[in-house]
Design a protein around this ligand. Structure first.
Ligand SMILES: Nc1ncnc2c1ncn2[C@@H]1O[C@H](COP(=O)(O)OP(=O)(O)OP(=O)(O)O)[C@@H](O)[C@H]1O
Ligand SMILES: [Mg+2]
Length: 276
């Protein structure tokens, strides 16, 4: 998929095959397949053991599990930042690991650069001048509600705003897949709820596929159509919980009995993972 001349805001769910059904399921084309992927560090530390997972266009997949179960390891393998010790990662179409955006727990913004210059970074690394991609930078900032802060510096922003800049930076090249590693874990609960709502609205608008790491049952149920529950020592997948609630999801969903029932199912799976 060429990213040249692609307009972030103008790209809709259809062009990426990223629509999610009303019941929360996705019938998009397979995008990424992990087959029996393992990662061993230092010869004997099994960070990930035999992970198999197929992600379809339009999926919002959460990886949920206790500390050390290999969630970040799985994301790093998918991002191509590290390579499996065994097993295979296959991309269907697109540009593989070159066609994704990544958001970490820390916003990791350059303090000496403006908000717009920070969002420009992925294009800059691809050799594009600011002038040639300025429209894309401003559109990505508009998508996260920060168009008025293009000229501000990170120190002038709240924690939630910095995270929005980091999300805008992950969107600016219009990737088909966005990987998010506990992006909201450091934020207070109200800001976190707001960013969860905004993330779903954003996804509905641009139709990207998301793999999202979290420790929070509540967050995973609110956001995802699939929750992959993982256990530690060795890191592995032990359950998958489907959240077949329709999108869009809003505050009404957050207080519904269906939400509570899904949280209970995910929580039971997590207790299984922790072994109690
Ligand atoms: N580069 C590395 N070298 C050696 N061991 C590593 C490396 N990266 C991860 N590990 C180990 O692999 C295991 C899984 O780590 P990982 O960071 O994937 O867990 P996680 O599920 O993301 O945990 P958390 O929720 O705390 O972020 C841990 O035991 C960790 O110490
Ligand atoms: Mg981690």
């Amino acid at each position: 998929m060429s990213l040249e001349g692609t307009d972030v805001a103008a790209t809709d769910a259809v062009t990426k095959g990223g629509a999610t059904n009303e019941d929360g399921t996705s019938e998009g084309a397979p995008l990424l397949t992990l087959s029996d992927v393992s990662k061993v560090f230092n010869g004997d530390l099994v960070a990930l053991n035999g992970m198999s997972l197929q992600v379809r266009a339009g999926d919002f997949v959460s990886l949920l599990g206790p500390s050390g179960c290999g969630k970040s390891t799985a994301l790093r393998l998918i991002a191509g930042l590290s390579h499996p010790t065994s097993g295979k990662i296959d991309w269907t179409g697109g540009q593989g690991a070159g066609d994704l955006g990544v958001v970490f727990q820390e916003p990791t913004l350059m303090p000496w650069a403006t908000v717009a210059q920070n969002v420009w970074l992925p294009w800059r690394l691809r050799g594009k001048s600011y002038a040639s991609v300025k429209d894309k930078v401003l559109e990505a900032l508009a998508l996260v509600g920060l168009e008025k802060f293009a000229g501000s510096y990170p120190r002038e922003l709240s924690g939630g705003m910095k995270m929005r800049v980091s999300i805008a930076r992950s969107l600016v090249t219009n990737p088909r897949l966005i990987l998010m590693d506990e992006p909201f874990a450091a934020l207070d609960e109200i800001t976190r709820h707001k960013l969860n709502n905004d993330l779903l609205a954003l996804r509905a608008k641009i139709g990207c596929t998301i793999i999202f790491v979290t420790h929070s049952v509540f967050e995973s149920v609110f956001l995802s159509n699939r929750i992959v529950v993982m256990a530690a020592r060795p890191g592995r997948v032990i359950h998958e919980v489907a959240v077949d609630a329709p999108y869009p999801r809003d505050e009404e969903f957050r207080t519904s009995s269906a939400y509570a029932a899904h949280c209970r199912a995910a929580s039971d799976a997590l207790h299984d993972a922790i072994g109690d």
